[in-house]
Design a binder for this molecule. Structure first.
Ligand SMILES: CC(C)(CNC(=O)c1ccc(Oc2ccccc2)cc1)c1ccc2c(N)nc(N)nc2n1
Length: 328
């Protein structure tokens, strides 16, 4: 094959692998076998190895992790990653709603309720449609550059069909199944097991060697947009739909609630349903849906006045469950 044909073949393989990856890890609807996926990946890696000048940072071959880093670089977030005030009961939620309605001088305001995934907050930056940088939350202003590790999360798109610079935020996490398998492996090799999936996800993303992170089956749900010049949407729910349209994995359980009574109903529903999820959650995040209302309410020193995290009571039961699972 001449160089032009190699280029075409590489581009074809990349598009195929990106498509398979999206179907499997974002839609959970694979259209090819693992064997066929691996075959195509091996072909791509071989061609990129033979023609290193055709390597690009957004190739699906980068999912398996490159060389280990000596240290993580610091990253200044273009837009700070804020934290959330907490609510511990129905009274706190009604107080939050009252403060919001008084701040807006209106009688009823709709909210978006989202599951609060028990993982690690991260920010993903895309320039010219390419995933160029991923960082931890850090202190909200400065985080650590963990781009290489985040590239190994198969549900993170390495390219999106949007040219404006955009920063999206979400929670990286380890599914319970992967957590139990990892701890079994650690038990077998006499290593200290992780206490919970959140620590396992944080520990995996803090590995300097991306090949380790690549084997940890991490996943992510995106839930917010940070910097985005071209942002013209008017509600948070529209933004969640837009993130999904761009190819990001968003959590399917979010709901628009027309008032605080519906929010409380949603929260109570998930106190029960939480145990059936394949990942850990530690609460529900409630956000004023309309972006102009968010703008009007603004922020305290470190949190938005238009959002709150309802925290579930810390569960002994869950930890006991992991202990039982490990002991069998
Ligand atoms: C609401 C927000 C705090 C994100 N939003 C921001 O971080 C944020 C940051 C600057 C903003 O605007 C500013 C721009 C410039 C300066 C200051 C603020 C607006 C929102 C948040 C935090 C944690 C969440 C979580 N664990 N789960 C879900 N599901 N949602 C979450 N949402």
């Amino acid at each position: 094959m001449d160089l032009a044909q190699v280029k075409k073949e590489i581009q074809f393989l990349r598009n195929e692998l990106d498509k398979y990856n999206y179907e499997y890890h974002v839609l959970d609807q694979p259209s090819v076998s693992d064997y066929e996926y691996d075959q195509k990946m091996q072909q791509l890696i071989k061609l990129e190895h033979e023609f290193p000048e055709l390597q690009t940072p957004d190739s699906p071959s980068k999912r398996v992790g490159g060389e280990p880093l000596d240290a993580f670089e610091k990253v200044e977030h273009a837009v700070p990653m804020l934290s959330l005030g907490n609510a511990f009961g129905e009274g706190d939620l009604r107080d939050f709603d009252r403060r919001v309605r008084e701040g807006l001088k209106i009688d009823e305001v709709s909210y978006v309720c989202e599951l609060k995934i028990d993982g690690l907050a991260v920010s993903l930056r895309y320039e010219d449609g390419i995933f160029v940088q991923g960082a931890t939350r850090g202190d909200g202003q400065t985080g650590e550059d963990i781009t290489q590790n985040l590239k190994t999360i198969r549900s993170i798109p390495l390219r999106i069909d949007q040219k404006e610079t955009i920063e999206v935020r979400g929670e990286a996490f380890m599914p319970q199944k992967s957590f139990l398998a990892l701890n079994e492996q650690k038990e077998k090799s006499g290593e200290e097991p992780f206490a919970n999936p959140r620590n396992a996800a944080a520990g995996s993303l803090r590995q300097l060697d991306p090949k380790i992170a690549s084997k940890r089956n991490l996943d992510i749900f995106l839930y917010a947009v940070g910097q985005w010049e071209a942002g013209t949407l008017t509600s948070h729910s529209d933004r969640l739909n837009y993130l999904k349209q761009l190819g990001f994995k968003t959590n399917p359980e979010w709901r628009v609630c027309k008032n605080i009574d519906d929010v409380i109903e949603y929260v109570n529903e998930w106190v029960e349903k939480r145990a059936n999820l394949s990942y850990d959650i530690d609460g529900i995040v409630i956000k004023v849906d309309q972006l102009d209302y968010q703008e009007k309410l603004g922020f305290t020193a470190k949190s938005p006045r238009w959002a709150v995290a309802y925290k579930f009571p810390a569960e002994e039961a869950i930890t006991t469950l992991y202990d039982i699972e490990l002991s069998v």
